[in-house]
Write a protein that binds this ligand. Structure first.
Ligand code: GUN
Ligand code: FE
Length: 416
């Protein structure tokens, strides 16, 4: 049994987080007890001024892009061509891919990310290596072999039949009901033939697998999709291929009209909001309030390497800032709290909120029977004296405060 003591992050059903002092007990990879009250100094980890927090869930990131962060001054499509596709080709060297996977996993643990919805590359063996490494460390989540059969350099393209065969085998080896599973990941409409999109939709349905793709990130991309697919709008292209399921995670979703929003809401598909990536590539600002009003489930993701922040706490902060920009641009005041999420909501989003949207019932909250994917955070500021401790923590955030990252009850990162 391991005990963690401190201020325990709790998520309220209304969608925000609170803190309560107490002790968390862990055995055999699960939380077996949560006792609220005085924090004794005799716990294994933490103490009265520590925060005990569920591990963060990053619902959109690209593992082969961690070395590409910061390629500034480019828009999406030239950036993909000149920066990202060359970086992803490096994963065709399996030794390079494996060493990078180890580095990336360590970085995730160091910033408190314990759950991922990640893209690998088109390379099958490298994708299997990533799934194997992340599963063995104890991460929760999905990783997908990227599917592309057009408009990328030849080393990143595969015939459609080969992609479907390889991704099927990945799903057999890492089935969707496992804690670390394969996902069906057609990169986006522009990298896929219509036949590949349709095959991907069928494959996802036959395994009930998570689908990952990108949607409406930039205006230029939307225009190109319209041209390629006979004037159809972007959401319709995915709908026709049966790619819009309640288990579909659509990165970005910035440039969508009300009809498309309604359609996404009816399908129950999830938009993964990636505010740091959107400002870095100058793609636009997603209107969170509008999507929520339409009933679209939202998650939050770092989108490394378009996004430049590995830390989901900083991405949570960027979500608040993006909502503030939308509110100001619409002529609302900054204290219009309806449109601007609070830090307490952002803490909820990066833990229980992301888990709930993905229907991952075993993570994201600190409660008995949950997987023990937990963080011990020791801020070196007097955060408990603040009028809004969770806002102080989020805006003053320092990754060095993460003392311990625990996956399935095992300490996998320790700063000491
Ligand atoms: N659209 C298609 N591929 C990508 C990618 O790798 N990153 C981002 N941000 N958008 C994409
Ligand atoms: Fe992305």
């Amino acid at each position: 049994m391991i005990t963690l003591g401190g201020q325990i992050l709790q998520s309220e059903p209304e969608g925000y987080a609170t803190i309560r002092p107490g002790v968390v007990e862990i055995a055999e990879g699960r939380i077996v007890g949560v006792e609220f009250g005085q924090v004794s100094n005799r716990v294994d980890h933490g103490g009265p001024d520590a925060l005990i927090c569920p591990g963060f869930i990053d619902t959109h990131l690209h593992l082969p892009q961690f070395d590409s962060i910061g390629a500034a001054g480019m828009r999406l499509l030239p950036w993909l061509k000149d920066v990202i596709f060359p970086a992803e080709q490096r994963w065709n060297d399996l030794d390079f891919a494996k060493s990078m996977i180890d580095r990336v996993a360590r970085q995730c643990l160091g910033v408190g990310t314990t759950g991922v919805c990640a893209y690998a590359t088109v390379n099958h063996e490298a994708t299997i290596a990533a799934l194997t490494a992340f599963r063995d460390i104890g991460f929760r989540g999905v990783i997908g072999q990227v599917m592309m059969d057009r408009d990328a350099p030849p080393p990143l393209l595969r015939p459609r039949g080969q992609l479907i065969d390889e991704v099927s085998r990945t799903l057999d080896q890492f089935p969707p009901d496992r804690p670390m599973a394969a996902a069906v990941t057609p990169r986006f409409a522009l990298s896929c033939s219509e036949a590949l999109l349709e095959d991907a939709g069928r494959l996802a349905a036959s395994y009930d697998a998570i689908v990952q793709t990108h949607l409406a990130e930039t205006v230029a991309e939307c225009d190109a999709v319209g041209k390629r697919f006979g004037g159809r709008d972007y959401v319709n292209v995915y709908a026709c291929a049966a790619l819009l399921t309640p288990r579909s995670i659509l990165g970005h979703g910035i440039h969508l009209d009300s009809q498309s929003q309604d359609r996404l809401a009816r399908c129950g598909s999830i938009i993964a909001h990636c505010p740091t990536a959107n400002s870095f590539l100058g793609s636009g600002t997603m209107n969170r309030h509008s999507h929520l009003s339409h009933g679209i489930p939202l998650t939050l993701g770092s989108d490394i390497g378009a996004g430049f922040e590995r830390s989901m706490v900083r991405v949570g902060r960027a979500m608040i800032e993006a909502a503030m920009r939308i509110s100001l641009a619409a002529g609302h005041g900054v204290d219009d709290q309806v449109r601007i999420p609070s830090a307490a909501e952002a803490w909820h989003q990066i833990t229980a909120g992301n888990a709930a949207a993905l229907r991952w019932n075993d993570v994201g909250r600190i409660a008995v029977d949950q997987r023990a994917d937990l963080l011990v955070i020791r801020p070196d500021i007097a955060w408990l004296d603040s009028r809004q401790p969770l806002a102080t923590l989020m805006f003053a955030w320092d990754d060095r405060w993460i003392e311990t990252t625990i996956l399935e009850g095992r300490v996998r990162f320790c700063s000491a």
